[in-house]
Design a protein. Structure first.
Length: 187
């Protein structure tokens, strides 16, 4: 047992634009009947309020037969999302400029962990790429299979059946020009 989640994260939203983008997505989800307008505690894990599923929640998924979804939590504050369903490759993370990958998980941790703490505390952190020596902001590092995302905007669907590719693409249309990450996992 346990709870599953699927997070759609906007990798490029700034703290200033995150609330407006979140509102655009939620307005559309409400108009489609996929979620209800009022977010309440108790519809996801933890105290963070979440939008209960709406009468047409099944429009977001491919196969609604066994679904009993809970809420959709909208995070517009600094947040580290992670995935543990996607299969991790040998190279967990790579530099967005030169493409050089960090060879394994423990090298990734030793390269990035101080920056992760700093980003969590301040919202900004840079790491020098060991290969090309460029200064790379922590959120810009590319994680294999979207393992981690350091973002200011994320939509977390609690216990929903797998979201369809089409639905995820529709959500991304409200985040124009931004890269998204998709992070499914289980608690
Ligand atoms: Zn590099």
């Amino acid at each position: 047992m346990g709870d599953t989640y699927q997070t759609i994260a906007d990798r490029d939203a700034t703290p200033e634009e995150a609330p407006r983008l979140a509102r655009d997505v939620v307005n559309w989800l409400v108009a489609e009947g996929i979620v209800l307008a009022e977010a309440e505690p108790g519809w996801g894990l933890g105290e963070h309020p979440a939008h209960p599923p709406g009468p047409h929640w099944h429009k977001a998924v491919d196969d609604a037969r066994w679904g009993a979804p809970e809420g959709v939590a909208v995070h517009t504050e600094r947040h580290v999302f992670y995935s543990n369903f996607n299969s991790g490759g040998p190279v967990p993370v790579s530099c967005p400029y030169c493409g050089t990958g960090v060879p394994d998980q423990s090298s990734a941790v030793s390269l990035l962990s101080a920056a992760m703490d700093e980003w969590y505390a301040t919202g900004t952190a840079d790491v020098e790429c060991p290969a090309c020596a460029r200064t790379v902001p922590l959120p810009a590092w590319n994680w294999t299979d979207d393992h981690l995302a350091f973002v200011h905007l994320g939509f977390r669907f609690w216990n929903w059946p797998p979201l369809s590719e089409e639905f995820r693409a529709r959500v991304a249309e409200f985040l124009p020009g931004h890269r998204t990450a998709f992070l499914p996992g289980k608690v």
